[in-house]
Ligand binder design. Structure first.
Ligand code: 8Y4
Length: 280
């Protein structure tokens, strides 16, 4: 399976690693904040981007909004100021696919205009104007499942059949994409691990991950350092690498095409071995 991301093509016949680059001032989970008092530190952004590419990441996910409960809401202007210059600076120096983690139509359009290759929307293009903006970019879109809203989604997640409900939601978003002029070939599914799900829900989704997408639709997953690892293993955020690597391998074995992670080098090693064993 191939994915056309603007001027670059991703080979999804083996799992690709997406490295996380947060431009929010309160992001500690990827080990760094690239935001210093007055604004974004482009030098720090470039250093992190270079690290991701050197370590074997083929996609860089850049976001300017934190979905963490209690995080300060970001204005459209702030998000544009954080994301667009970072995308532009990286692409002036590196041959890599940039994914923009955004739900905001103007950020989609302006990022695409400076060369972004993928739109990653945790709200699955549900904001007013998002479907139209994403369609106009002609880029692939990742639609993610979330129950509830970022601030409150973990208060009481409830499902009758989490696997069926997540699949039905993603299929419904695919229909909405197609109706808006985003062809099926450009849609990526994501179960949204940890987004309005308890540990039992997350484990059920991972166990049945193969059923979450049709065979022709790529699956993106984000499990790296997430709270479920913290709870299941009683580990703080800086102690979650072994758990993250185990889940990266399990998700690859269950059909993940793109794996969103903080620790690129370690994940690339694990996936190389997984491919050697499972694709002989
Ligand atoms: C520690 C580390 C604690 C990470 C929390 C977190 C996904 C995503 C996020 C995902 C897609 C996160 C933007 C949450 N997760 N996009 N974004 N899929 N497509 N939390 O699973 O990493 S942010």
């Amino acid at each position: 399976m191939k994915l056309l991301c603007g001027t670059r093509t991703l080979d999804l016949s083996r799992p690709q690693v997406m490295g996380i680059l947060n431009t929010t001032p309160d992001s500690f989970s990827d080990g760094g904040s690239y935001y210093a008092g007055g604004g974004l530190d482009i030098e720090l952004v470039l250093r992190r981007a270079e690290q991701i590419v050197r370590e074997g990441g083929t996609i860089i996910d850049i976001g300017g909004e934190s979905t963490r409960p209690g995080a300060a809401p970001v204005t459209e202007q702030q998000e544009l100021e954080r994301v667009v210059p970072a995308v532009e600076a990286i692409l002036q120096r590196m041959d890599v696919v940039i994914s923009v983690d955004t739900s905001t139509p103007s950020v989609m359009r302006e990022s695409a205009a400076v060369g972004a290759g993928l739109i990653n929307d945790v709200r699955a293009l549900t904001r007013p104007g998002a479907l139209e903006a994403a369609a106009a970019t002609e880029l692939p879109v990742c639609v993610m499942h979330m129950q509830g809203q970022p601030g409150t989604m973990q208060s009481k997640p409830e499902y009758t059949d989490v696997v069926a409900e997540v699949r039905a939601y993603l299929d419904q978003r695919l229909d909405a994409c197609i109706a808006a002029g985003i062809p099926r070939e450009r849609v990526i599914y994501d179960p949204g691990y940890g987004f309005g799900k308890n540990d039992e829900h997350n484990l059920a989704l991972l166990r049945s991950q193969q059923q979450l997408a049709p065979a022709d639709i790529p699956l993106l997953v984000g499990l790296s350092r997430k709270s479920m690892i913290g709870r299941l293993l009683e580990r703080e955020v800086d102690e979650r690498l072994p758990g993250s690597l185990a889940l990266a391998m399990l998700s690859a074995q269950r059909g993940a095409h793109i794996i969103r992670v903080h620790d690129v080098a370690a994940t690339v090693d694990v996936l190389k071995l997984q491919q050697m064993v499972d694709n002989s």
